[in-house]
Design a protein around this ligand. Structure first.
Ligand SMILES: C[S@@+](CC[C@H](N)C(=O)[O-])C[C@H]1O[C@@H](n2cnc3c(N)ncnc32)[C@H](O)[C@@H]1O
Length: 244
């Protein structure tokens, strides 16, 4: 276990500025509308920017995330009262078998270890109704994004509400698809706040196998938000599968 890499309130306060949502959020909102989802779970919801935008009359939306800082932030945002917020991972999902759609966005699934992925997918299956849909994106290991996460390539400085921020990434270990990196953050007090993340890069075939074993069918994936086929240059893939 590592400490929550999203536990810094100053940095969580900047998250939505850095990740305002675009084609990804449009894709997930469009999917919810397309299947007329009345019950949606956003697993790894983070600050809940997308989660809150999914809420509407006649639809129940649950946002769930293991980071206390993230969930506390999400709860404080305008419109948060339209969402039920849960602090936890997939094991905290009730096995109701009623959800129409489970989303896992912003590469949140990459935080789930190979040991935990089967039980995570099983929890999702148990939360979904028959023929309910799971959808998520994950970085394509063929692109080897971590090779660009060097201090020199990622260093930046900017003015934030918490003062001038210097920030950079530094990969400390790569073992197969398991990538460990430190995010460095220096505010005006000069302290280097270092948050370590472990991400798991998986091939589409690995996801397909685990989804199949968990009880999903009609497993498909694309190389962007508009349905393009995947190739080695696709930075991520977007999965969709149906509870069998
Ligand atoms: C990059 S953020 C994405 C947040 C949000 N979904 C978005 O699209 O902006 C990744 C999130 O995954 C959450 N996370 C970490 N481990 C998780 C797990 N085992 N299950 C679900 N979410 C997890 C983190 O707490 C974090 O909020």
């Amino acid at each position: 276990m590592i400490d929550d890499p999203y536990r810094d309130t100053d940095l969580v306060g900047l998250y939505d500025l850095d990740n305002p949502g675009g084609a990804d959020h449009e894709f997930f909102r469009g999917l919810a509308d397309q299947i007329d989802a009345r019950s949606i779970i956003d697993l790894g919801c983070g600050t809940g920017l997308l989660t809150r935008s999914l809420a509407r009359p006649g639809r129940t939306v649950i946002g769930i995330d293991p980071s206390r800082t993230m969930v506390d932030y999400a709860c404080r945002q305008p419109g948060s009262e339209s969402v039920t917020w849960i602090r936890g991972d997939a094991s905290a999902l009730a096995p109701t078998g009623t959800a129409d759609l489970v989303l896992c966005t912003g590469n949140a699934i990459m935080h789930v270890s190979p040991q935990a992925l089967p039980s995570t997918l099983t929890s999702i299956v148990r939360a979904l109704r028959t023929a309910g849909i799971v959808s998520f994106e994950s970085r394509n290991p063929a692109c080897r994004a971590w090779e660009h996460w060097t201090p020199a390539a990622t260093y930046s400085e900017r003015v934030t509400s918490a003062g001038q921020l210097r920030e950079w990434l530094d990969v400390t270990d790569v073992d197969g698809g398991r990538v460990v990196f430190d995010a460095h953050n220096v505010f005006p007090d000069g302290e280097d706040r270092i948050y370590t993340s472990i991400l798991f890069f998986r091939t589409a075939e690995e996801f397909q196998r685990d989804l199949d074993l968990a009880g999903f069918s009609d497993i498909t994936w694309t190389g962007d938000w508009h349905g393009a086929p995947i190739d080695d240059a696709s930075p991520f893939y977007v999965f969709r599968a149906r509870r069998a």
